[in-house]
Design a protein around this ligand. Structure first.
Ligand code: EPU
Length: 361
C-alpha cells in the first residue's frame, strides 16, 4: 500500500524493471521520489522508523540491480539550472541532480557555455555524472566540475544535516571513478556545479571524432559541429538503451605499464593501445577492452537472451522480451560476463573489471 508521509509518496514493493536500462528483474522494498531537499526529510524519517537503508537511483543507466533490494530507493528528481558566478572567461552553473544529462548538455550549448559537447547523448541524470566520472571522445566530466553538493546519509547520523560541498579535488576523480563510487558511499548528490568556458575550443584528440570532423571538410568546426558529430557517432555504434536494453560499456578499459604492454605486443602485435597522461614518470597505456573481447570471439555473440553488441563489443545487451516474470536477473548477467572475463584472462592475463555499479541490497 502506498503511504503519503508529508508531501511525498512512499511506495512499497516496487518493481524496478522499468527503472534500470538493462531491464533486469528487480524489486525494491520501497521507493520515494525526491524533488527537493525537503522530500529528503520524509525519506530520512522513513529510514529511521523502518530501519531501512536509503539507495539513490537516477535513470538506472549504469547499474546492475539485484533481484531484491531491501532498501528504500530514492528516485532523485531535483531540478533547476542556475548561474552562480561568472567572469570574463567562464561561467559557473549549478544544476539539479535530477536534470537529464543530454538535455543539460544541449541547454549549455544553446547558452554558449562550452566544454561538454563531447559528452552529448550519454544516458542518465546530472547527479550521476560525477559518480563514475562519465567520459567520452577524449573528455571526462571531471574537467568541467567545479564542485559537487551532497547530503551525508551515513548510517551513524541521526539527524539530516545540511548540504555539504566537495571541491573538484575532494571528489577524487579518476578514470570512471570518484569518491562517490566507493563501496559504502553514503553521500547523496543533490546538485553539481560546472565551470564552463565562454569561448569554444574544439577537443578533437579522440581519433574517431577527429576523423568524423575531418569528413565534414570545415575550415573551423564549431561547437554544434562537434556536438552533432558525437551524437552521430554514438548513434552509429551504441544501441539506444530504450530500444535494446544495455548500460553502455559493461567493462572498463584496461590500463597497463610498459613491461605489460611489451609482453602483450610480443604475442599480439596488432593489439591497439593508447598512451595515457599520467602524473609521475611511469608511462601508462590504455588497452581497449572491446578489442580484447572481440579477439576472444564475443563480439555479437549471444548466449540465451544476452549478447555482446555486434557494433561495439564492450556493450552487453539484454535481448529478452520482458513479460511478467520472464525477465533476466543480475545473476544471469554475471554468469555471462564471467565467461568473458575468464576468456580474456586466459588469452591475455588481463582482468576485465565491470564498469556499472552493482546494487545488491
Ligand atoms: N574496438 C574493437 N572492437 C569493438 C569496438 C572497439 O576492437 O567492437 C577497439 C578499436 O581499436 C577502437 C577502440 O577499441 O579504436 C576504442 O573503441 P571506442 O572508440 O568505441 O571506445 P571504447 O574505448 O570502447 C570508451 C568508453 C565509452 C565511450 C567511448 C567513446 C569506456 C569503458 N568506454 O569506449 O563510454 O563512449 O570510449 O569515447 O571507457 C560508457 O562508459 O558507457 C561508454 C559508452
Amino acid at each position: 500500500m502506498d503511504t503519503d508521509s508529508n508531501s511525498c509518496m512512499i511506495q512499497r514493493d516496487v518493481d524496478l524493471t522499468e527503472a534500470n536500462t538493462l531491464r533486469l528483474s528487480s524489486t525494491a522494498a520501497a521507493k520515494i521520489t525526491i524533488q527537493s531537499i525537503d522530500d529528503l526529510h520524509t525519506a530520512f524519517q522513513f529510514h529511521r522508523s523502518e530501519k531501512i537503508p536509503l539507495r539513490p537511483l537516477g535513470d538506472g543507466s549504469n547499474v546492475i540491480l539485484g533481484s531484491f533490494i531491501n532498501a528504500c530507493i530514492l528516485d532523485i528528481a531535483i531540478k533547476g539550472i542556475e548561474v552562480v558566478n561568472e567572469d570574463h572567461d567562464n561561467v559557473w552553473v549549478k544544476v539539479g541532480a535530477g536534470e537529464n544529462w543530454h538535455e543539460w548538455v544541449s541547454y549549455a550549448l544553446s547558452n554558449s557555455w562550452f566544454g561538454l559537447e563531447n559528452l552529448a547523448l550519454i544516458p542518465g541524470r546530472v547527479g550521476a555524472s560525477p559518480i563514475q566520472n562519465i567520459g567520452a571522445y577524449g573528455v571526462e566530466v571531471a574537467s568541467y566540475i567545479d564542485s559537487v553538493q551532497f547530503i551525508d546519509l551515513h548510517p551513524s547520523i541521526d539527524r539530516l544535516e545540511s548540504v555539504k560541498n566537495y571541491n573538484n579535488k575532494q571528489c577524487l576523480f579518476s578514470y570512471r571513478n570518484s569518491i562517490f563510487k566507493e563501496k559504502n558511499n553514503h553521500r547523496l548528490i543533490v546538485s553539481v556545479t560546472f565551470r564552463l568556458a565562454k569561448s569554444f575550443t574544439a577537443q578533437l584528440s579522440y581519433p574517431a571524432l577527429c576523423d568524423a570532423i575531418d569528413k565534414l571538410q570545415l575550415s573551423c568546426p564549431n561547437a554544434d559541429d562537434v556536438f552533432s558529430s558525437v551524437v552521430n557517432l554514438r548513434n552509429s555504434k551504441l544501441p539506444n538503451p530504450y530500444e535494446i536494453p544495455n548500460v553502455g560499456s559493461f567493462f572498463k578499459n584496461i590500463e597497463v605499464d610498459s613491461p605489460t604492454l611489451n609482453r602483450l605486443l610480443t604475442k599480439h602485435s596488432s593489439m591497439p593501445y593508447f598512451s595515457l597522461p599520467n602524473a609521475d614518470d611511469k608511462p601508462l597505456f590504455k588497452i581497449p577492452s572491446a578489442w580484447l573481447i572481440e579477439y576472444c570471439g564475443y563480439k555479437g555473440r549471444r548466449e540465451g537472451c544476452l549478447a555482446m553488441h555486434a557494433k561495439q563489443a564492450l556493450v552487453l545487451t539484454n535481448l529478452a522480451k520482458v513479460k511478467d516474470g520472464e525477465g533476466l536477473s543480475a545473476e544471469d548477467v554475471l554468469k555471462f560476463s564471467t565467461g568473458i572475463v575468464h576468456s580474456v584472462y586466459q588469452e591475455f592475463g588481463l582482468s576485465l573489471e565491470i564498469e556499472p555499479q552493482q546494487i545488491n541490497e
